[in-house]
Design a protein around this ligand. Structure first.
Ligand code: ADP
Length: 448
């Protein structure tokens, strides 16, 4: 079954509640007016009956009705009864219940099939303990007529009111929900066209709907940003992979030329080997970042000594430093405890050391220092190499960014080393910062 739209649901609820409230109000008004009319009629009847008593002359053991007494006057019928309740004068309206009890000074409302009457009785004592009952009977029909008129009015007004409530409710709800419809339509269009640069216009919306539109817009902005990053990453990654691949291809073609001797072929093969190692390094880094992005790269943290981890990294990089005649040293204190994933933290420090050597000065120095400052474990990697201009410092942690592409043509210069360091630092609840002076050197600080 098709579900009812929100617009109709609100409209029906609105109209329903309005009708119930109006109904209750009408019932209250009817009841109050009925009570008023009734008490007025009773008061009038009582007064008439008392006036009628003036028409009766009581003398000793007898009573007498004035000659000009009217037993039916202005809608009121008067009837007189003796002690035993027998009708002795006057009459009763047609259909009036004969056997109704006489109650002195008490108004009654009696209903029969033929009609409804207000009745008021007065007991007139006379003679030696005898009683003459005087009864006034007033047709209560006019009262019912008022009720009937009111009911008829309600029968006409009720449906009209319901219709008006429905129409008004529908118009008000439609107007209030118009921005929601706009939000839905734009979101659908964005979904269908895939154009994430579009935004929902929330000009007409207010309150909650504006917040909803803003939330959607923020979500679209984030999605757009994420897609853009993804696109950039894929395009950069393919570009990076293409370079070594084309070197491999041309080297292979070159080595396969008929005039090539074995020596030249071997040379070609070693270039191919180097390039494929570079490619597999790059692919490993890409996979690591992709797993990091999707949250699949899980770190296994345990108590470790930052000094030991740094020492191991220094040992790995030492041959590289030696090649460039760089003095690689380690300073600081052992026993700087950290909760860390040894493998990842080791990789981060190796990346920093590798950069320091690579962008260092031939015959220069690279220094790793491990300390504990204000309860934080610090690993600092300094060099007296080429340094970086200030405008690069904000970007070197971006993927594929290279401050000095001319120098970054060696092995593993993917522009992914520092983004990986940053990710590892953050995964350990830490930071990595840089200070650098062009021509003088750089200092990277890993703070955990
Ligand atoms: P790469 O693989 O190119 O080294 P990184 O992400 O490790 O990529 O570094 C990004 C860029 O930052 C490098 O290309 C280089 O220009 C600059 N850089 C990093 N470390 C240093 C350093 N110690 N001295 C000077 N420049 C550096």
């Amino acid at each position: 079954m098709k579900r009812m739209s929100l617009k109709w649901k609100i409209t029906l609820w609105y109209a329903g509640v309005l009708l119930v409230m109006t109904g209750l109000l009408c019932m209250f008004l009817f009841y109050a007016s009925e009570q008023m009319v009734q008490s007025e009629a009773v008061a009038r009847l009582e007064e008439r009956v008392w006036d009628f008593l003036d028409e009766i002359e009581v003398e000793g053991d007898t009573w007498e009705l004035d000659d000009d007494a009217l037993l039916y006057d202005g809608g009121v019928t008067y009837s007189l009864y003796d002690d035993s309740g027998r009708l002795v004068a006057g009459n009763v309206p047609q259909g009036f219940p004969e056997e109704s009890t006489l109650k002195s000074y008490t108004s009654q409302k009696l209903s029969e099939k033929q009609g409804t009457w207000n009745v008021y009785d007065v007991a007139v004592p006379y003679g030696n303990g005898r009683t003459l009952w005087v009864r006034g009977i007033d047709d209560a029909e006019p009262l019912s007529a008022v009720e009937r008129a009111q009911r008829n009015l309600l029968m006409v007004i009720g449906p009209l009111l319901a219709l008006a409530a429905l129409i008004a409710g529908y118009l008000i709800t439609r107007r209030a929900l118009l921005p929601a419809e706009e939000i839905r339509r734009t979101a659908q269009e964005i979904g269908e066209s895939g154009d994430l640069s579009r935004r929902i216009s929330a000009d007409k919306a207010g309150g909650e709907l504006r917040q909803l539109a803003d939330t959607f817009n923020q979500m679209f902005a984030k999605l757009e940003d994420a897609f853009e990053k993804e696109r950039q990453f894929t395009s950069d990654a393919s570009h990076e992979l293409r370079t070594p691949l084309s070197v491999i291809r041309s080297e292979a073609e070159y080595a396969l030329l008929p005039e090539m001797d074995e020596e030249e072929m071997r040379e070609g093969l070693s270039v191919i080997l180097e390039q494929s190692e570079q490619m597999s390094d790059l692919i490993a880094q890409l996979l690591l970042l992709a797993r990091a992005d999707s949250g699949r790269e899980k770190l296994h943290k345990e108590e470790a000594d930052l000094y030991e981890i740094t020492e191991a990294a220094v040992r790995t990089i030492a041959p590289l430093a030696k090649e460039r005649n760089i003095d690689l040293s380690l300073q600081g204190e052992a026993g700087v405890r950290v909760l860390a994933d040894r493998e990842s933290l080791g990789r981060a420090i190796r990346n920093l050391l590798e950069n320091a050597v690579q962008y260092g000065r031939d015959g220069g120095w690279v220094r790793a220092t491990v300390t504990s400052e204000n309860g934080k474990a610090i690993c600092r990697v300094e060099d007296n190499g080429i340094g970086m201009a200030p405008e690069h410092l904000d970007h070197i942690f971006d993927r594929f960014y290279r401050a000095d592409p001319a120098r970054g043509s060696g092995r593993g210069n993917s522009g992914l080393g520092l983004p990986i360091v940053k990710w590892i630092a953050e995964e350990h609840g830490g930071t990595v910062t840089v200070k650098s002076i062009p021509g003088e050197g750089s200092c990277f600080t890993l703070c955990l």
